[in-house]
Write a protein of this length. Structure first.
Length: 181
């Protein structure tokens, strides 16, 4: 497993070692000890989630204002453009975003620490998106920043009008969003 820094403080790309031949491949998709050593963290994961979305679906930018979730995200089938936004006022990268292409082919993972908003858009016909979280989901603390907020300025890949949930359509502006200290 290799860890690559991103421009956002504490946010990393994780690249597992993949062993493959004509029969297929094998990889260790997660190892708690290696993850903690390579990221310098001591998070424990408590929940695994799996979503499938169609081409053009955009989910996010989501976060929990209390019980913030760190997320280790990956795509097992298809391709997405995945985005993390630092919402920690005390961070030198507060309000900044980073995006990476995740796919079943490149097998990269993104570590999105607690205190970040997260979102993705689906670029393939469909995508299976898996993520581990460091805390449970609490709907009462769920928050959403509008995916197209100009203050954050995420540069999403070219796509027609994204398919959004009602929650994502009602996302707040970054200026009015609740953030972390």
């Amino acid at each position: 497993m290799k860890v690559q820094e991103t421009p956002l403080k504490d946010c990393y790309i994780i690249e597992p070692t993949v062993f493959g031949d004509s029969r297929g491949f094998f990889m260790e998709s997660f190892n708690q000890k290696k993850f903690n050593e390579l990221t310098g963290t001591n998070y424990q994961f408590v929940q695994d989630n799996h979503s499938r979305s169609s081409k053009g679906v955009l989910r996010g930018l989501h976060y929990q204002i209390q019980n913030p979730q760190g997320k280790l995200v990956r795509v097992t089938s298809g391709e997405v453009f995945d985005v993390a936004v630092d919402l920690r006022k005390s961070s030198i990268t507060f309000g900044k975003w980073y995006g990476v292409f995740l796919s079943g082919e490149n097998m990269k993972q993104l570590w999105v620490p607690p205190g970040f908003a997260h979102g993705f858009c689906v670029l393939s016909d469909a995508a299976d998106f898996l993520y581990k979280t460091t805390d449970y989901y609490y709907p009462e603390y769920d928050r959403c920043i509008l995916w197209s907020d100009g203050d954050i300025g995420v540069k999403w890949p070219e796509m027609s009008t994204p398919l959004l949930s009602e929650k994502d359509l009602r996302g707040s502006s970054f200026e009015k969003a609740e953030v972390y200290s």
